[in-house]
Design a protein around this ligand. Sequence first.
Ligand code: HEC
Ligand code: HEC
Length: 345
Amino acid sequence: MKRLILLFSLLGLISSCQKETQTIYNQVFESDDPLRPELMKKAQETFQSVTPREYRPNPYEKVELGKMLYFDTRLSKNGNISCNSCHNLDTYGVDNLATSPGDTHELGGRNSPTTLYAYMHKQQFWDGRAKDVEEQAGMPILNPVEHNIPSEEFLVERLKTIPEYVEKFAQVYGEQTHETLTFDHIGDAIGAFERRLNPRSRFDDYLDGDDSKLSALEKEGLTIFMEEGCTTCHSGVALGGGMIQKFGIYEDYWTLTRSEKIDNGLYDITKRESDRYFFKSPSLRNIEKTYPYFHDGSVDSLGNAVQIMAQTQLGKKLDDAKVDKIVAFLKSLTAAPDPKVIAIK
Ligand code: HEC
Ligand code: HEC
């Protein structure tokens, strides 16, 4: 009898092992080679590497002007902040705070996302309310809890008193138009600079065919990320940024994030019930470095954020090993901005 029990439990063990090995990732990582090219191929179909092609061809002088504006505290009413205060390029385009203090030290209502790779998104902001980085750039300038500039004219008049700006705007925009120092051109130049904030990560080298750039663990994580369905909302070149989705499809997000304030997302703009709790699925590039997570910075650890995603967006709980592997994969996306682009003269 004892033997029979032993036999049955052994059989049980074997069949559960077989089930496990049926998933691609075990085939890839236990039998090693044959499926490796397949994983890369699948990844190449789902994501794209960062290439210089994505730059909008902007003249170098415009990028330089945009950089100067990005770092300039004179773009805030009291001179306390610049774009770089909340989107610090020394810390991957974020300030690592849940919400950020503006020119008057008052805190904003949402977490500052990174400016790195932002131009790749189909829309800007957590609720997608600006179409591109050029249009977006003017909005924080006029926001009372950010740059706090009272009007477009106020800033234009202020910059017109700075000869270096007058000269640079004329140099960049003089051929197209007589009125060179305008509010739209300020946004246009900042956008040109932001379009250069797109460093390549190890994952890009992998996507371009260098299998050695990801470790076995990271490849397991990549496989799980694709198999579990994260790619429904986090794919393409930025691993996100392409769609607005409900945060909390299976469970109310705040029960897991413990958010203090419940943010309605896109609903606040459209007032359509079907848009309640809809937010942009963000890019996951540099996600290791852009903590705390989510639109309100309510979650500090990346592992927690991944688990919350699995529960709220996919209706499943992942075991710790799978979460760790996804996190390992996500870290292969880390890349600091090119020092040549951001070094201030
Ligand atoms: C006081 C902090 C603060 C300052 C200063 C600031 N931002 Fe932001 N930025 C934010 C916050 C918060 C959000 C998200 C707001 C939202 O989605 O409602 C944001 C969003 C963005 C986004 C959208 C990114 C994405 O993933 O959707 C870009 C691009 C951006 N800011 C660029 C800039 C530029 C350029 C400047 C300077 C002109 C600037 N920001 C100044 C806090 C700041
Ligand atoms: C149905 C769409 C959808 C799916 C599937 C999905 N996500 Fe998300 N993801 C989102 C949205 C929307 C947000 C933004 C939520 C918020 O903060 O308002 C987000 C945010 C995140 C964040 C935080 C990003 C930041 O900058 O703070 C991480 C990390 C993340 N997702 C990882 C994953 C992983 C890993 C999976 C798979 C287990 C996954 N997501 C599946 C839509 C999705």
